[in-house]
Every structure is written in structure tokens, then in C-alpha cells.
Design a protein around this ligand. Structure first.
Ligand code: ADP
Length: 323
């Protein structure tokens, strides 16, 4: 039995522990600084594209629609910037069609007025004008005023149709009766050019529609089928339905629409042959009115046409009105 006494200094251990705690503090401070620096740069990186996006939106709001939003960044921001560009494209298209519409309206409204002015001036410039000439010129002036009136009325119909669906006056309507009524009104015009106007109904149809707007649309289609027809030609109107939709078809034996024009005929003021349309009292607004009225019923309209053979417009409208 015995005892071993070892004596050693703890100074080394203490100094080692001090050194370690110093290093730990240094490491802590360095890591905190490093984390702060990384966080600063990273948040800057995250916020930068958002700031560019905000700046780009600010520019758009000020009206600089020609500038594209281009923010190269991570996927989500890139998607927002792409969606913004798509929206921008739509706004630009709307803006240019609005400008075109306004300039077309001004031009169309000015044309009859210019003719009236020329007719009146030429009468005023001559002395001792015979009464017959006065009469002749006044008839022309009255025609031009009538034309101006028609353009204004068509424009008003179009503006009314541009309003929201809440303006729809929906009721259950016997479509057969509605078509018969429209045809009855147009029969005298067809008779003048000896055009046969036939109505074929495959079944009685009752549908939820706005009677006035639908009559306007169909009436414009049949009027065109008569206007752009040949002497002794024919116009056939047919009505059919299935469980979901009813279909109105207006076919004619007329002059047809050239293929390259078919994409444009529903545009406001578009006319294949301006002189012919003017001669028949056309304003270039009839098909836009028809298309708008049909779209307000959530329906569709299509055209099939061959030049010098004839044209068929088909209209499809849901039997039950879709809100
Ligand atoms: P418009 O008042 O000139 O008739 P619309 O908008 O009704 O205007 O029609 C646009 C153009 O489409 C017409 O000018 C005409 O050239 C053409 N069009 C429309 N319907 C027919 C048709 N049934 N046959 C031939 N051309 C047509």
C-alpha cells in the first residue's frame, strides 16, 4: 500500500482554456459579421429585381407603353415580368384599335359633311341657278344627311352593345317568330331586286335571349345577304337546334367575300368594296354590331364564302343564357 502524489501546474490548462474561449469569441464575431454581410448582399440581390419591376411599372403608369418590362431574375420574378409584358401587349393593341376607331369615326362622319359643303358651295358660287338644279342638289344633300344619320345610329348601337352583360334584357323568346318578323321586315327590300327570301325551320325553338339585340344581329346578316346579292338571286335562312344550342344559318347566292378579306369583315368600318357598300347605304358597322350582339349571348359567328358564288354566315347561341 502506498500513495503517489503528483504535483502539476494548472496554469497551462487555464491559459489553454483562455485561448480557446478567445478563439471561440473571435469565431463568433467573424461568423456574425459574415452572416450579416451575406444577408445584406443576398437581400440586395433579392430586392434588386423587385425594385426594377417597380420602376418599370412606374414607367408604364406614366404612359410610356412602348418600353418593354425586362427583368432578368429568378423564375417567379421572371414570370411576373413576362405576364406584365403580355398585359402590356394587350393594352397596346387596345390603345391602337381605339385610336384607329376614333380616326375612322372622324373620317366617316366627315365624308358626308364634306359632300354637303361641296354641293352647297357649288350652288352658292353660281348665279341664276335654275330651280331644277337646286332641287337636284338638295336631293343629294338630303341623301348625305341621311347617310350621316345612319352612321350615327349604327355607332350608337355599337356603343350600347359595348356595355357590360348587365344590360342584357333576357327573356324566353320563340326564335321562329323572331326570325319570321325580321324576314317580314326585309321582304320588301328583297322584292325590289327580285331576290327570293326563304325561311327553313327544322324545329320550334324557344331560347333565353335579348330579343332586340338578337333581332339586330340577324337583321344585319340578312340585310347584307340581300345587299351583296345579284339580281334574281336567293337568300336562305335556316333554324335548327340541339339540346344545348340553336343555330341560325344565313346563306346567299351573292358576290361572295374574297378569302383575304374574310378575317377582317367583323372589324369596325371594314368594307371589301367601299364604293359598293356606300352605294347600298353600308357603314361598315353592320357585322361588328352583329358579332358584338352574338358574343353578348356567349355565342359564335362564322363565315364561309366563295367569290362570285355566295356567302354563308352561321350563328350558334346557347339555348339557356349563360351569365
Ligand atoms: P356594310 O355596312 O358595308 O354592309 P358590314 O359590317 O355589314 O358593313 O359588312 C362588312 C363588309 O363585309 C361589307 O362591306 C361587304 O364587303 C362584306 N359582306 C358582308 N356580308 C356580305 C355578304 N353576305 N356577301 C358578300 N359580302 C359581304
Amino acid at each position: 500500500m502506498g500513495a503517489l502524489i503528483i504535483i502539476s501546474s494548472t496554469k497551462n490548462i487555464y491559459s489553454m482554456s483562455d485561448l480557446l474561449s478567445q478563439k471561440a469569441s473571435l469565431l463568433l464575431i467573424t461568423s456574425v459579421i459574415l452572416i450579416l454581410v451575406i444577408a445584406f448582399f443576398y437581400s440586395g440581390m433579392l430586392i434588386k429585381p423587385l425594385l426594377s419591376l417597380k420602376k418599370a411599372i412606374g414607367h408604364l403608369t406614366e404612359g410610356y407603353l412602348d418600353e418593354e418590362v425586362s427583368v432578368e431574375s429568378f423564375t417567379e420574378i421572371k414570370q411576373i415580368s413576362d405576364s406584365l409584358n403580355q398585359m402590356l401587349l394587350r393594352i397596346k393593341n387596345l390603345e391602337s384599335s381605339r385610336q384607329e376607331f376614333v380616326s375612322n369615326v372622324s373620317h366617316e362622319l366627315k365624308t358626308p359633311l364634306t359632300s354637303v359643303k361641296v354641293l352647297a358651295d357649288s350652288l352658292l358660287m353660281q348665279e341664276n341657278v335654275p330651280t331644277e338644279l337646286y332641287r337636284e342638289f338638295l336631293v343629294d344633300i338630303a341623301d348625305e344627311i341621311e347617310r350621316e344619320n345612319k352612321i350615327i345610329n349604327d355607332l350608337l348601337s355599337l356603343v350600347k352593345l359595348d356595355k357590360t352583360a348587365s344590360d342584357m334584357n333576357i327573356s324566353s323568346v320563340k326564335i321562329n317568330d323572331l326570325l319570321e318578323q325580321v324576314l317580314k321586315r326585309l321582304r320588301p327590300i328583297a322584292k325590289k331586286r327580285n331576290i327570293e327570301l326563304v325561311f327553313e325551320s327544322f324545329r320550334p325553338v324557344v331560347a333565353e335571349v335579348d330579343e332586340v339585340k338578337l333581332s339586330l344581329a340577324i337583321s344585319n346578316l340578312i340585310e347584307n345577304a340581300i345587299k351583296y346579292n345579284v339580281e334574281d338571286g336567293w337568300v336562305r335562312v335556316s333554324l335548327n337546334a340541339d339540346h344545348k344550342y340553336f343555330y341560325v344559318k344565313v346563306s346567299d347566292s351573292g358576290i361572295g367575300i374574297p378569302e383575304e378579306s374574310q378575317d377582317f369583315i367583323f372589324e369596325r368600318f371594314y368594307r371589301v368594296d367601299k364604293a359598293r357598300s356606300r352605294g347600298t347605304g353600308g357603314t361598315g358597322l353592320g357585322l361588328s354590331i352583329a358579332k358584338n350582339a352574338i358574343h353578348m349571348h356567349k355565342g359564335a359567328i362564322k363565315v364561309y364564302s366563295k367569290e362570285n358564288e355566295g356567302t354563308t354566315f352561321t350563328v350558334r347561341i346557347p339555348i339557356n343564357y349563360i351569365v
